[in-house]
Design a protein around this ligand. Structure first.
Ligand code: 6PG
Length: 505
């Protein structure tokens, strides 16, 4: 029997996607350069498969893989972004892939690479892309999928993607649980929606990851304030986070942070998190988001700050050296009542900063879409992030609602719901930042979000002086608020009293 889908790359994500596909009734021809990985997925399928018919067929070459598939071939790649994707594509061309065959790249490819690849391989096969979010558990039991590329390919991929994606209860907007091998969810709204032409899906996934960086950093800063500022234990912090996870901060990242904080090392029986080296890794998607925000000219300081926070963390030796030289504040410990206040303020600070991070990410997608000619449906993007993905959170329903109210919303900070939330909590946000600053705890994401918020709500910014400076040294000209818009002026600044000269207009 020929298989429905070919699968290449059986690492953690690949293996779990294969098993998810198999649970949903698709037969898979699976290949990996490591035969051990091929055997591992077959063994796991045998162990989990309730039927007698094998669902995964192991292949030992690209040619064998193609020969085991129904035509036109549909092949899913789960290989690291970058050169490996091209290597596999070239190998499939060598093995005889056909122009109407479809290859789906599920990695975190740079979106511009995806656009280039679609063109490059046009005469060889159809490159479709679908970023996958949700880590290994998501891949196994329902990820969030961001497909993009040819609509013809999407028509073929859609039923498969909708079957394996995470599902959301249409009425409550909450994820529908799927936790066991063999379990299949057919009801609910699938977290898989067509994003747009080649590159759009990877762009949206890149921004998802930029928001993920910000979300994670905001939680880490709150942990730092509670730990270093208030001297709470990991278990106490876990209790606070668990309680917050029941309100507007309810999210997967909060949930796993509670588990990480509670975990004790089996060697020492002390919190493992305190034994983890404080140097953060990164694979690039957060950096790409920050770079794109600068290129597009969209302010995304919380996301950029989250990338910087990872960079600063990596300079462990430098920080250790500086820690013995540079002073911080010496403050008396807080009373129990004051501590309680700080904890409440910190909750609001996290929530407001989180709103700003999402506002930045969504505005970035909007501006990028305009630049690249994509028509992005933001309500639909928020919807497919409600379950399956790493940034899944109750809060995504509020974002969905905001874009359903107004599909042309320029920035989430203008939506009624978020206006109310921010207005209600901004004072506490400021107090939390004052407290952390006076304690000497670095809170770049929380405070850069506040600066973003204050800038966005300022009708007047000091860019008037900046324009004066630019005109002074470089004759870069400026506009005047008391004259016709668009007219450019220049002044001989050093010759006091000299008249403004109209340059243009
Ligand atoms: C997801 C994740 C996933 C992964 C990234 C980020 O949505 O499932 O974003 O894609 O965790 O690789 O990793 P870094 O933190 O290493 O950049």
């Amino acid at each position: 029997v020929l298989c429905d889908i070919g699968f290449i790359g059986l690492g953690v994500m690949g293996k779990n996607l294969v098993l998810n596909l198999a649970d949903n009734g698709f037969n898979i021809a699976a290949f990996d350069l490591s035969d051990e990985k091929v055997q591992a997925v077959i063994a796991q399928d045998e162990a989990e498969n309730a039927t007698d018919t094998p669902r995964v067929y192991g292949c030992s070459s690209y040619t064998e893989l193609l020969s085991q598939l129904k035509a036109p071939h549909l092949i899913v790649l789960s290989v690291p972004a970058g050169a490996p994707v091209d290597q596999v594509c070239e190998n499939l061309i060598g093995a005889g892939i056909q122009p109407d065959d479809i290859i789906i790249d599920t990695g975190n490819s740079l979106w511009t690479d995806t656009v280039a690849r679609e063109k490059k391989y046009k005469s060889n096969f159809l490159l479709f892309s679908s970023a996958v979010s949700g880590g290994e558990v998501g891949a196994r039991f329902g990820p969030s999928l961001m497909p993009s590329g040819s609509p013809y390919a999407w028509a073929r991929v859609k039923p498969i993607w909708e079957a394996i994606a995470a599902k959301v209860d249409a009425e409550t907007g909450k994820p529908i649980d799927r936790t066991k091998p063999g379990q299949v969810i057919t009801e609910g709204e699938p977290c898989a929606a067509y994003i747009g032409p080649a590159g759009a899906g990877h762009y949206v996934k890149m921004v998802h990851n930029g928001i993920e960086y910000a979300d994670m950093q905001i939680i880490c800063e709150a942990y730092h304030v509670l730990k270093s500022g208030l001297n709470l234990t990991c278990d106490e912090i876990a209790d606070i986070f668990a309680q917050w996870n029941d309100g507007p901060l309810d999210s997967y990242l909060m949930e796993i942070s509670v588990e990480v904080l509670r975990h004790k090392s089996t060697d020492t029986n002390t919190p493992l998190v305190e034994l983890i080296l404080d140097k953060a890794g990164q694979k690039g998607t957060g950096l790409w988001t920050a770079m794109s925000s600068l290129e597009v000219g969209c302010p995304a300081p919380t996301i950029a700050q989250a990338v910087y926070a990872r960079s600063i963390s990596s300079f462990k030796e430098l920080r250790t050296q500086a820690s013995s030289l540079l002073e911080g504040p010496q403050l008396a410990p807080l009373s129990a009542a004051e501590q309680q206040q700080v904890i409440e303020q910190l909750h609001d600070a996290m929530y407001c900063a989180k709103i700003c991070a999402y506002a930045q990410g969504f505005q970035l997608m909007k501006l990028a879409a305009k630049e690249h000619g994509w028509v992005l449906d933001f309500a639909s993007i928020a919807k497919i992030w409600r379950a399956g993905c790493i940034i899944r959170a109750a809060f995504l329903q509020s974002i969905t609602n905001a874009y359903e109210r107004n599909e042309n919303l320029d920035n989430l900070l203008l939506d009624d719901f978020f206006v109310k939330e921010l207005n209600k909590r901004q004072l506490n946000w400021r107090k939390a930042i004052c407290h952390a600053t006076m304690q000497g705890v670095p809170i770049g994401a929380l405070s850069s979000s506040l600066a973003y918020y204050d800038s966005m709500r300022s009708e007047t910014l000091p860019a008037n002086l900046l324009q004066g400076q630019r005109d002074f040294f470089g004759a870069h000209t400026f506009e005047r608020i008391d004259k016709t818009a668009g007219k450019k002026y220049h002044v001989q600044w050093s010759t006091k009293g000299k008249e403004t000269i109209l340059v243009d207009g």
